[in-house]
Write a protein that binds this ligand. Structure first.
Ligand code: NAD
Length: 263
């Protein structure tokens, strides 16, 4: 069954230069959406957008350099996107960072940076776009959080907390935007094959315990026995953006092969 409501829509994806964000942008583009691809790594977003070509439905993806922690830059970017592509119907918040350290050793700079991007930056973008969607009484929003919001993980305290906070923030956005008919949901991936997970595995010195689990590292494994692919996560996001999810809001869809044991 084809997902409805994506073709011809205008989508903004943050963190779209690589990994999960790039995969979601490519999937939306392939579904016939006009996609704005925003990332702090603007050149990389442009290079990836260039590989997507024309989808025959509004043309090429529109890459732009954007630091989501800068409210002025976000306001400008949203205005530029709408002037060029039209009203944003779909917002996908993917930009995020991870700074690994035990909490008793974590620097304030790393703690602040994590919260600034994962929570505050996502708030800034969702507010800027949500405000416009509310006026138009049209739109769907999906934020990529993490299953680390649901179970504690060693050396990921700031990350876990920022993801738990952003997940709950989205439920409040969902509640407040529901009267305007706007749906707001979250997708919570577990370990997914991207740069971020490769960096984490290297820094944590993980081997087979990433999937098998380790009592010494207080880590449960992944019952399905594999990491997620970017496509696994993108498929969940596209479903929640589509008309088929028309009565789903305030939901968190966990895509982690059982890694958080359903918590
Ligand atoms: N990979 C995983 O295992 C995994 C698991 C759960 C959740 N996630 C979440 O999924 C999202 C994407 O992760 P990924 O694995 O693709 O990571 P990634 O590091 O490969 O990509 C993240 C992207 O976000 C961009 N970004 C960072 N700070 C930004 C800012 N201030 N403004 C704009 N863009 C910024 C980066 O330039 C990069 O392109 C993140 O929010 C991450 O927390 C990832």
């Amino acid at each position: 069954m084809e997902l409805a409501g994506l073709k011809g829509s205008v989508a903004l994806v943050t963190g779209a230069a690589q990994g999960i964000g790039a995969g979601i942008a490519a999937a939306l583009h392939a579904a016939g959406a006009q996609v704005a691809m925003a990332d702090i790594a603007g050149d990389k977003a442009a290079a990836f957008a260039g590989t997507l070509g024309d989808n025959g439905n509004g043309g090429d993806a529109f890459p732009l350099a954007l630091d989501i922690t800068d409210p002025g830059a976000v306001a400008d970017a949203v205005a530029r996107i709408e002037a060029r592509l039209g009203a944003i119907d779909k917002l996908v918040n993917v930009a995020g960072i991870q700074r690994l350290a035990p909490l008793v050793e974590q620097t304030l700079a790393d703690f602040d940076a994590t919260v600034a991007v994962n929570l505050r930056g996502t708030f800034i973008v969702t507010q800027a776009v949500g405000r416009r969607m509310a006026q138009r009484k049209r739109g769907a929003i999906v934020t990529v959080a993490s299953n680390a919001a649901r179970v504690p993980r060693v050396r990921q305290g700031a990350y876990c907390a920022s993801k738990a906070a952003v997940s709950h923030l989205m439920r409040v956005f969902a509640l407040e935007l529901a009267p305007a008919g706007i749906r707001v949901n979250t997708v919570a991936p577990g370990s997914t094959e991207t740069e971020m997970i490769r960096r984490m595995v290297a820094e944590m010195g993980y081997g087979p315990e990433l999937i098998g689990g380790s009592l010494e590292k207080f880590r449960v494994g992944i019952p399905l026995g594999k990491n997620a692919t970017v496509a696994d996560v993108a498929t969940a996001v596209l479903f929640l953006l589509s008309d088929q999810a028309g009565h789903i809001t305030m939901h968190e869809l966990v895509v982690d092969g059982g890694g958080a044991l359903g918590a």
